[in-house]
Write a protein that binds this ligand. Structure first.
Ligand code: AMP
Length: 140
């Protein structure tokens, strides 16, 4: 897999404002924050999107995300925040290395703006789609 800016950050070849590191996870401040405290949490494993990430790295990230979120909230005074995780260029992923954004939301409006164009789910479609996805969960 090609080197990305994030693998270079993990390797110490590019500077960053690091906030956390363990054997599987690295976290640092986003260079273009949407709000104060905007932090990126990444696996050291160089997977591009989360569906390609190993169970071990996924578990390691899941274990520290709440702790890192609490630290960001305490450091910034924010009480609300979003966790954002983009996969694929079509879904606004700019850096092809899995990353979770922790983005504090403030009363001044800074933070993540969300468009949420909700649609309807009919009972028939819901039943069929849930059964199809459930069938694939065990096989993936
Ligand atoms: P995404 O659109 O989900 O791929 O977000 C990529 C994020 O990486 C953006 O919020 C960028 O500001 C951030 N970013 C890119 N380069 C760096 C860097 N060298 N240090 C810190 N954050 C970066």
């Amino acid at each position: 897999m090609a080197d990305t800016i994030f693998s270079k950050i993990i390797a110490g070849e590019i500077p960053c404002h690091r906030v956390y590191e363990d054997d599987k996870v690295f976290a640092f401040l986003d260079i273009s924050p949407l709000s104060k405290g905007h932090t990126l949490v990444i696996p050291k494993e160089p997977a591009i999107t989360i569906d390609q990430l190993s169970d071990e790295s996924s578990a390691a990230i899941g274990r520290v995300l709440p702790r890192l979120s609490r630290a960001v909230l305490r450091a910034t005074g924010a009480t609300a925040f979003n966790i954002l995780q983009n996969n694929g260029v079509g879904a606004h992923q700019a850096v092809p290395h899995v990353h979770f954004h922790i983005i504090p939301k403030f009363a001044d409006g800074s933070g993540l703006g969300i468009g949420w164009p909700a649609r309807q789910l009919s009972p028939e479609e819901g039943k069929q789609l849930a059964a199809t996805i459930a069938g694939y969960v065990t096989g993936t």
